[in-house]
Design a protein. Structure first.
Length: 471
């Protein structure tokens, strides 16, 4: 605020976007820690990170119920959802379950911390908690009590302090408490709005100008540590292996389908950290490796035609919906470590882009008609990924002129709280930023068609290996 030359009263409303990590608290609001300080790092640790997969068995138990909630999860529960994580807590840490008084998605927790109100965003509840935002089979929206009882969480809404109704994105929840206003340097007149999961905020920020048009032809790709592919539609389309459809998760009246890849930038970090040659690429090895790969592409085509990779090092979120899948590397040889790292980085980057292509193909087979990708996140700053997402998918690529589309999405939600009658779409239209567009480069179409065919074949070969090993 000081750097911007603004006074506390200049901010009339705020909303939070955050990862779908799970915050645990006691009834008095104090942290409920799964573990205390470890390895010299301060505790307590009261947040289960979104990508924690400890609840794989619990997720399978949810899937085995055959509940109607699975119709909004692509047919299979993921260990990244909050219900299996809380099942794990109840099964494995009953001492903590007895003390639990509040469990919340991080963005909802921050809103609660700042306003003291118990409202939860429809974005978090419908995407991660199995709250149903639509009426179906003669049943009203809300919690499926039969499902919760079937997975031994009949007491979930009480233990987690969950409301019966979700708040629409951008709905006013309350105003800043005096303590929050002082901590943030704002005033108690500042409204707190229902926010979003970070990826969904990125979708709102990048698709803001298109919510009233043919939005089903556009994909919001929020790509960084992980990738989320978010598509919107005015009609309900269930796509196997793709989360959703969720009604109102991004904007009221629109159905949201959410694909994902749990480790993308994180996979590249892993490959760089594991290479003895990483230091040869300077202070920013990702930038140096990308530049070298682009140079080789321009000079002579495929930098490593013999090397192929499946990126599922911590499972596959979409479209295979199998957290037990693992990565595959095919085509390694013995050569200088720096050369191996360049080729591995290229193969991994291609596989990430092909994973997005596979999700797009599933969406288009299920009622969407994606032809444009709106890219945000760390990959939007990468020249290599800006090229790959266009060339590998055949889609036009658009990058918002907003430096931080995720924050723009949260700002749109905050602005909506100031004029609830006009609503979120009006706020989105007012704050939308233009985008820069680029087309696929036809010089590399054949290269990616070959590599994509190899990518799909590698999945089949992995299945054969799993069958042999009895996996």
């Amino acid at each position: 605020m000081a750097a911007a030359g603004l006074g506390p009263e200049a901010v009339a409303a705020l909303a939070f976007s955050a990862t779908c990590s799970l915050v645990l608290r006691r009834g008095d609001g104090s942290p409920l820690a799964l573990s205390e300080a470890t390895a010299g790092l301060p505790g307590p640790w009261d947040v289960v990170v979104w990508m924690d997969h400890r609840a794989e068995a619990e997720a399978e138990a949810c899937t085995a119920t055959g509940s109607r909630v699975l119709d909004c999860l692509g047919g299979r529960m993921s260990p990244e959802m909050q219900v299996p994580k809380l099942m794990w807590l109840k099964r494995h840490r009953p001492d903590l379950w007895r003390e639990l008084g509040l469990a919340a998605d991080l963005s909802d927790f921050l809103a609660w911390r700042c306003s003291g109100t118990a409202g939860r965003s429809v974005c978090t509840l419908v995407c991660k908690w199995t709250w149903l935002a639509h009426e179906a089979d003669g049943r009203e929206q809300g919690w499926d009590r039969g499902f919760l009882a079937a997975v031994d969480l009949a007491d979930l809404t009480e233990k987690a302090a969950l409301p019966e109704k979700a708040s629409p994105v951008g709905a006013p929840l309350g105003r800043l408490t005096p303590q929050a206003a002082e901590a943030l340097g704002l005033t108690t007149d500042c409204l707190v709005a229902a926010g979003l999961i970070d990826a969904h905020a990125g979708a709102l920020g990048t698709l803001a100008a298109h919510l009233e048009g043919p939005v089903e032809s556009r994909l919001a790709l929020i790509a960084g540590t992980s990738n989320c592919q978010i598509a919107l539609h005015r009609e309900r389309h269930a796509v196997p292996g793709v989360w959703g459809p969720y009604l109102g998760a991004v904007a009221e009246g629109l159905w949201c389908a959410e694909g994902g890849q749990s480790a993308t930038g994180a996979l590249l970090d892993h490959l760089v950290r594991g290479s003895a040659a990483a230091g040869e690429f300077g202070a920013d090895p990702h930038e140096a490796l990308s530049a070298e790969i682009l140079r080789r592409l321009e000079a002579g085509g495929d930098p490593a035609p013999e090397l192929h990779l499946l990126p599922d090092f911590i499972g596959n979120r979409s479209p295979h919906a199998d957290p037990g899948l693992r990565g595959v590397v095919s085509g390694l040889t013995i050569e200088e470590p720096a050369e191996t790292l360049v080729k591995l980085y290229w193969a991994a980057a291609c596989s990430i882009a092909y994973g997005t292509r596979l999700v797009i193909e599933r969406l288009n087979a299920g009622g969407y008609r994606i032809g444009r990708i709106h890219l945000s996140g760390g990959h939007a700053k990468s020249a290599l990924f800006r090229r790959l997402y266009a060339d590998a998918t055949g889609c036009a690529l658009l990058v918002s002129e907003s430096a931080e589309p995720v924050l723009l999405g949260a700002a749109i939600a905050a602005a909506a709280a100031l004029d609830p009658e006009a609503g979120l779409k009006a706020a989105a239209g007012a704050l939308a930023r233009p985008s820069r567009s680029s087309a696929p480069d036809p010089r590399f179409t054949a290269l990616h068609e070959r590599r994509y065919a190899a990518f799909l074949a590698l999945y089949e070969q992995r299945k054969a290996l799993e069958a042999i090993m009895g996996a």
